[in-house]
Design a protein around this ligand. Sequence first.
Ligand code: ADP
Ligand code: MG
Length: 389
Amino acid sequence: MSPLSVFKSRKVLLLDYTPIRLPHRERELEQLKSYFAPVLDENINVKIHVYGSIGTGKTALCRRLGQYLEEKASKTGKKLKYVHINLAYTPKPYHVMTKLMEQVSFVESSRSGLSPEEMLAIVARSLSKKDYYLVLTLDEVDTYVGEGRDQSILYMLPRVHELYPEAAARLSLIYVSRSIDWMNKLDKATLDTLGRVSAMHLDEYGLPQVRDIIAYRVEEAFQPGRVSEGVIDFIARTSVGYGGVRYALELLLEAGGQAEIDHSETVKAEHVRRANFLIPKGVNGAYYPGELSLHKQLLLKAITSALEARTEPYLSLEDVYSDYQVACEEYERDCEDRPTIQAYLKDLEIKGYILLVRGNGETLVGMEFPPDRLAKALKESLKQALKSS
Ligand code: ADP
Ligand code: MG
């Protein structure tokens, strides 16, 4: 980073970074720590739901807990591994288990050609053979269930102790969702296997909380004295209507970039205004393609690329579908069928990512904003979604 830069570290503002402190989530973190104490002290496994709206810190909180548990365990010589899997990016039990296998270093076996059940058997056996405890977060489980994905994974994991008694009490589970309504969509057998699960709800942050969180993130990301209290307050106020902390972080990053373009030593209100203008927004606030399931991201990628390449304002459904197939091929994923893609298009329209124009018995697909910025964000989020660990 150049000494003239307002930034100390840009990367701590990116979504995949887990901050060291979580202001206004200290109480929840302490509660989770005590809830997981038996895993550390008594070799008992636990299960919990963590739920709340988008941007309430669910993912950050669970990852932070995972770091704490691994550190605490290693101090006492206990082998504990925390694994975080985003189910919105793993549309099949096979993908979930592949990700799990990739992340548990104590499993030595190769996964090629194995079924999800076989992979789980290997993980379970390795847990007991290598004396490991596993805490597994299934993030965005509501997206997975809501898209009608194969529920067997939610059946297999909590039953691991019955299926493989040697793994008894070695697997703890955290289910993360926006709302726990997803359980209503489970078939009875799966619901029964989930059993009794405690739940922790994360309330949305209000303006004072967003302000404190941003002040702390500024401390981590910027050189001292570059972002004044007044500007922090302005960012917090501007962000509340667009999704809170997530938007505030994006605004900070962009405003810092604007200050650099101006060779300004400080981030000024003008930089925040410009940043706010530059960040495209949908009906629900700013766009976060990372929030979309893998296949919705692939679909959106196909649409942005096609719109960027063509001069006409709209694409036909045929074009969209064939471009989507090309995107799936590029990323080596099986395509969804046409009715599913049509349903996804409607969803993307509701979320404000695309426009659907209907007329003459035909539906056309377009976009209100220049697609380049979304394309850039998508490139990053797809990289995240497809990365192995
Ligand atoms: P969710 O998973 O509920 O959608 P995230 O955990 O992804 O929310 O949080 C959104 C962003 O805000 C992340 O970059 C996260 O690091 C940050 N964040 C959320 N809550 C806090 C907090 N209490 N302190 C610091 N940063 C936070
Ligand atoms: Mg999350």
